[in-house]
Design a protein around this ligand. Sequence first.
Ligand code: KG4
Ligand code: ZN
Length: 434
Amino acid sequence: MIILGIETSCDETALALIETRGHEKTADGSGGNAFECRVIQSLVHSQAELHSAYGGVFPTLAKREHGKNIVPLLHKLLIESSVGSEFSEVGPPSGCPRGPTSENLTNSQFRDVLESFRADVERQNPELFESFAGADFLKTVPPIDRIAVTEGPGLEPALWVGINFARMLAALWSVPIIPVDHMEGHILGSLLPSDATNGVWQKLYDAPLPAIALLISGGHTELVKISKLGNYEILGRTKDDAVGEAFDKAARLIGLPYPGGPHLAELSHKAWEEKIPSPVKLPRPMLKSGDLDFSFAGLKTAVLYAVRDAAGQKFPSANHPSTTDHFELSDTFKKGLAHEFEQAVADTLDGKLRMAIERIGAKSIIVGGGVSANHFLRQRFTATAGEYNIPIFMPSRHISGDNALMIAVAGALHHSDAKTPRLIRAHGTKRLGI
Ligand code: KG4
Ligand code: ZN
């Protein structure tokens, strides 16, 4: 089975193609996670630079950019993966409900599908509609059996672009759609041994269950109990800012560009190399709350106060922190503060992770989401897994951020939930397991 993954929940426009086999191995034909997959191609177009002017993701801009970029990105994906020629030689994978074929649609067939979406999509996503209408390559039907698309959580205007694109492609090529939860995508991304396009068949890591997943991204901070892949229970979540958001806001306060997480991590590393002490002690929020929830807004405010004190001059309010040209901070201070911030985050996440491991008797740890790229945090969680003597699974660096490969893989897990094109809609506040 060949699955096209589509991801547009935030500021990355991403598409991927995978091939899967072995779904038929369980009684219900769902295959569970027994399937094997291989990566055909995975492309990510980041809008981060455009949003940096706003110091965060600007939803209307994200929507417009997805609409402009997603059709050309699909063209690139299909050319680079040459699915038509490659797969027509191989023939249909066994157990595949719809074998790969290459057929052409007539102009009038293409127009009919386009017209059937005009009222719906042209108004909501004019850039997407226009770009789709002018894309002749779409008339050649590629050997794609399922389209997996992120339905949420995320920015609704951005999510709709991916969903509308999936609906139009699905109608054009007569392919069912699998709606995918973005956070489940991050979980599965961490269980994928390799994101390489080397044609190698791989099975997902068989994480011993129950597993505890720590999901840390720009929009989410969650501890999730996994009793079976596809079966999730949120045990704790942030009450305010997500951890990635806290990284980005703290980074902005010390004058780093968006997205600040990786820049702050770099500064912190320098502090460690140069043995720069912390200039202040930041709080470890909710570490003693006794539950598995998080809160990072106070940590951000503590960074604001530290910066204001160090600058020793007038500083914008906590609600409108602006870092540009208002004050001077020494490099040493910035490095030291970045390191202290990273340590405060690590202590907090790690403390709650330990509580969760003990509470559910976790037999493995899965860490997912953009913040899992952080080297210091990875080391910390790895040490914790070692102490509890349980395995830990983290995504390879390339797929720690948002991507469509993880969406396609999550789609493979749920391929039997495929829906007809028109039934799917965006769920900006979707929660795992609900
Ligand atoms: O999962 P993701 O790519 O997008 C969302 O679904 O939100 O996560 C993005 C977040 C951003 O806040 C970014 O600053 C953060 O991940 N991030 C990092 C690092 N790399 C990315 N935070 C800390 N250290 C990093 N190395
Ligand atoms: Zn994400």
